[in-house]
Structures are given as C-alpha cells and as structure tokens.
Ligand binder design. Structure first.
Ligand SMILES: O=C(O)CCC(=O)C(=O)O
Length: 315
C-alpha cells in the first residue's frame, strides 16, 4: 500500500490522491497545479507521480547563505549576450556532446569550489532528501524504496553544478519552452534512462525580488505531431530562424496559450521549486524591473526505469 507521509503544509494527501503516473501525464485540469511542501524529497516525488505540476519549498535555504552563493556565482559565471550568465554546462547546450559536457562540468566544479569553498550543500540536500524518503505507513519491498542517481555515460556521472544568472531588467527573461529535447539528447547518447515523455526541472533561487522572474507553467502539452505541425505553421520564429520547437522545445508562441490555464509561481531567495518541465513554461518579470540579477541553481530529473521511485539527475 503506497501512502505518502503527511508532511504537507496545506493539506494531507491520502491514498485516494495517488493516481498512476500514466493516467495523469496530460491531465492537469483534474489535479492541483502547485502545492507547497516542507521537504524537497516529497515535492520531487509528488511531481514525478503526477500529483501536482509544481512543488514549492519556501525558505529552503536561509537568505544569508543564498546571498553569499549568489555573489560568488555572479563573480565566476560566463557572461552571455542578452541572457545574463551561466556557471556550469548543460548537456543540451553542449549539443549532446558528452565529452564536452564532462570537461565543462569538471571546470565548473573547480570554479564553484574556489568560489564557495566547496560544493553548495543545499543543492545536494534536495536530491538526498528524495533518497531518504521512507513514507509513513508504508512497508516497501527493498526495490520499491526511492532511488536517485546521476545519469552515467561510459562510467562517468553527470555533474550537478549549473547556476543561471538572468538580467532582471527584461520583462520576458526566458520565452515559453519545454525541456523534453534535453531528455532526447540523453537518450541519443546512450545515457541510461527510461523512454519517457516526463522531465522535471528543479531550481533553488538565490537572488531576486518577488515578481522579478516569476515562473509560469502552462496546463497544455503538445504531442510530437502537434509540435511538428506547429513548426510548419510558424515557418520562421521571432528571431527569423526556422522554427524548431519539435527539436529544441523553444520558443513556443504566446498565442498558442490564449485561455490556457497557467500557474504563476512568485519565487524569492531561498525558495526551492520542482516542476514538470515537459509542460511549456517561461520566466517573466511581473513587477517594475530594477537593475540586477536573478540567480538560481538549476537541474533536471527524469525516470530511470519508468517509475516515479527511480530518478536520475543531470544539468
Ligand atoms: O528559473 C526558473 O524559474 C525556470 C528555469 C527554466 O526554464 C527551467 O528550469 O527549465
């Protein structure tokens, strides 16, 4: 009997709330779209199970530590034209080249160590808290206990040290996109993952004002055929390049989401959010912008063998 522990801040969830993941994948009208938790492990598990679209842990990191990490990241990141900056690689942005990815990961680990005097503990705590999850009233067989590990390529584990620095003066910080292409890149380079249409992103926010860089998640998911049709229909994207939503997941036109349910999550320094990144989402500023940067740690999860008990992570 699979029961989730009663650690929720707002509402205890019982057995009847737990629905098989396959039934819930595309149906977010029927379930809560964002839920607050006091433990990242449970938030990750509930989002992976399809119980909610996003899980939020407010104040996961204390604001002094968050400010210290943000300052170090801003000092050590690579600046990029209009985006802001990044520290550490993403497999997807390395064009699916695992060797480049691992080399850059190594470099990023060294820079983070020197900037912070060691790896940022809280990021790993979010992952470890999933692993240490033993739901109450639940006596599982050993193989049902939650398991989580980095994706592995030729014996090398994915790194976990990517930070994003966004320019807060822009209203639209990251256009509408989804991150399934990221999972396809892993699969095409023979990382060990399940064949799945599910990807979770998680972010630990280190610096921003409320309303600067709110996260918007849409309740509408496109099939592969719909994405290909969309590319054909759009032709050229907003920047004059051939539309590549099917290949990259980026950028969906806002006009596709008229009257679509949307969840807005206003984040603040210290907050942790995990969400279903296979659903289109964007980052946008909803208050009067000020000069400054929004800084966060960022990473992804997917299913290892197709169950929400077994996850792999990477950046
Ligand atoms: O920074 C955020 O709030 C979300 C970033 C994002 O688009 C992602 O994690 O896929």
């Amino acid at each position: 009997m699979n029961r989730l522990p009663g650690l929720f801040k707002k509402k205890k969830m019982g057995e009847s709330d737990i629905v098989p993941i396959t039934n819930n994948m595309n149906n977010f009208q029927a379930i809560p779209r964002a839920q607050e938790f006091n433990n990242p492990g449970i938030a990750i598990r509930c989002v992976a199970l399809g119980i909610c679209q996003a899980g939020i842990v407010r104040g996961f990191m204390d604001s002094k530590e968050a400010a210290k990490q943000a300052k170090a990241i801003i000092k050590h990141c690579d600046w990029r034209g209009d985006l802001g900056g990044v520290l550490g690689p993403s497999l997807f942005e390395c064009n699916g080249d695992p060797i480049k990815y691992f080399n850059e990961s190594q470099l990023a680990a060294t820079r983070i160590d020197s900037a912070l005097g060691g790896q940022p503990a809280k990021l790993y705590e979010a992952i470890e808290s999933f692993e240490s999850l033993v739901p109450t009233n639940f006596v599982p067989a050993q193989d049902q206990l939650p398991r989580i590990k980095p994706v592995v390529y030729k014996g090398k584990s994915a790194a976990y040290n990517r930070a994003l620095v966004f320019d807060c003066e822009k209203a639209n910080i990251v256009k509408i996109h989804e991150d399934l292409a990221n999972v396809r890149a892993l699969a095409s380079y023979n990382f060990e993952i399940a064949s799945t249409q599910i990807v979770l992103a998680h972010n630990l926010y280190l610096q921003n004002r409320k309303g600067e860089g709110s996260l918007f998640i849409y309740g509408k998911k496109f099939t592969e055929k719909e994405k290909k049709d969309l590319d054909k229909r759009i032709g050229l994207d907003q920047d004059g390049n051939p539309s590549q939503i099917f290949t990259t997941g980026y950028p969906y036109p806002e006009s596709e989401f008229t009257n679509c349910p949307v969840t807005q999550i206003d984040v603040e320094a210290g907050d942790y959010v995990v969400f279903r990144a296979d659903f289109p989402h964007k980052v946008a500023t909803v208050c009067k912008p000020t000069k400054g940067y929004r800084v966060s740690w960022n990473g992804f999860f997917t299913l290892l063998y197709g169950t929400a008990n077994e996850l792999v992570y990477w950046t």
